[in-house]
Ligand binder design. Structure first.
Ligand code: PBG
Length: 332
């Protein structure tokens, strides 16, 4: 065998040379912190299956976001847990619903220093746990649900959301929301669409975080996507772009890197990916047993999501990553 002349190991010899040739860099300003705010509690509540993540009070949310902003985090996305739920999820569009209160607080505290996004769905607010109005046949009624989403978008925009993030996977939701926002004069409010959102088993800890269980042991397979399909994911993404989405999201992230890569090679809009609750919880659970180095795996996973083509990553690791950059334990 002749000695090979192309020797990739030359560029792996030292940390400095590896940093020099590294193609992908994870940065604090790529990340969005998902945050939970719960109505009617006096103290923040830990979420057992999401170590380090809290259900915040309106007050503790303000200090958490101030601390994140201080650490250089540029964006948060809010989820509300209402004190009471009903069939239409009216807390999602009540001007005094918990997320609307939180939006007003955060905008008055921080102005434009941080991008405040709101998840736009009704499942946290409905007593049956579905993402829309359940019809007489037990199915979620697409077009009746769109009206609720339009109302929620207006309530969130009026309360100061700079970005609304529809996550219900109803057909036509982006067009209806865009139209409602524009008609009411909220032309500057952007839409980050959960475009390819799969009916994943990885949302389990999130449902603990928002106290959601679907009545009768139902699931979301009638509206969220079948994870066997990749072409359909591109169709969903194209529809959302055509309907006016400013940013499109793939969710979950790691099991769908092919979908992220295909879309980011084709599209001209920013791409987001949601590293979801189950992805976070798995890392914590294995690290707790000493089976993996949790910090190293977190960094590897989040960087892989960027390498696949995501510009923005929603992750429960946002605070940890920002702190690690600030104290020099990871390079940004
Ligand atoms: C729906 C919504 C869900 C998540 C974000 N928005 C749950 C669902 O579709 O059941 C999941 C996020 C996560 O698992 O971290 N409002």
């Amino acid at each position: 065998m002749p000695t090979p002349t192309v020797r990739p190991r030359r560029l792996r010899r030292t940390a400095a040379i590896r940093d020099l040739v590294a193609q992908t860099h994870l940065r604090v300003d790529d990340l969005v912190a998902p945050l939970f705010v719960r109505e009617g509690i006096d103290e923040p509540q830990p979420i057992e299956s999401l170590p380090g993540v809290m259900q915040h009070t309106a007050t503790s949310l303000r200090s958490e976001v101030a601390a994140l902003a201080e650490l250089g985090v540029r964006s948060v996305v809010l989820f509300g847990v209402p004190a009471s739920k009903d069939p239409t999820g009216s807390g999602a569009f009540d001007p005094d619903g918990i997320v609307q209160i939180a939006l007003r607080d955060l905008r008055s505290d921080l102005g434009d220093d941080i991008v405040v996004m709101a998840d736009l769905c009704v499942d946290e607010y409905t007593d049956h746990g579905h993402c829309g109005i359940v019809g007489a046949d037990g199915d979620v009624d697409n077009d009746a649900t769109l009206e609720l989403y339009a109302r929620a978008a207006l309530a969130q925009a009026a309360a100061g959301a700079q970005v609304v993030a529809p996550s219900g996977m109803m057909d036509g939701q982006v067009a209806v929301i865009r139209d409602a926002l524009d008609t009411a004069g909220f032309t500057d409010v952007a839409i980050m669409a959960y475009a390819a959102k799969f009916a994943s088993a990885l949302y389990g800890p999130f449902r603990d975080a928002v106290d959601v269980s679907i009545t009768g042991g139902g699931d979301r397979k009638g509206y969220q996507q079948d994870w066997r399909n990749s072409r359909e994911a591109q169709l969903e993404i194209d529809l959302d772009v055509a309907e006016g989405a400013d940013i499109v999201m793939v969710k979950p992230a790691l099991a769908y890197l092919d979908v992220i890569a295909d879309a980011s090679a084709r599209l001209d809009v920013p791409m987001a990916a949601y590293h979801v609750s189950g992805e976070y919880a798995m890392i914590h659970a294995a690290a707790e047993r000493g089976w993996i180095d949790g910090d190293a795996v977190a960094l590897e996973h989040l960087t892989a999501i960027k390498r696949a083509g995501a510009d923005i990553v929603l992750t429960y690791f946002t605070r940890w990553f920002a702190e690690s950059v600030a104290n020099g334990s990871v390079a940004s």
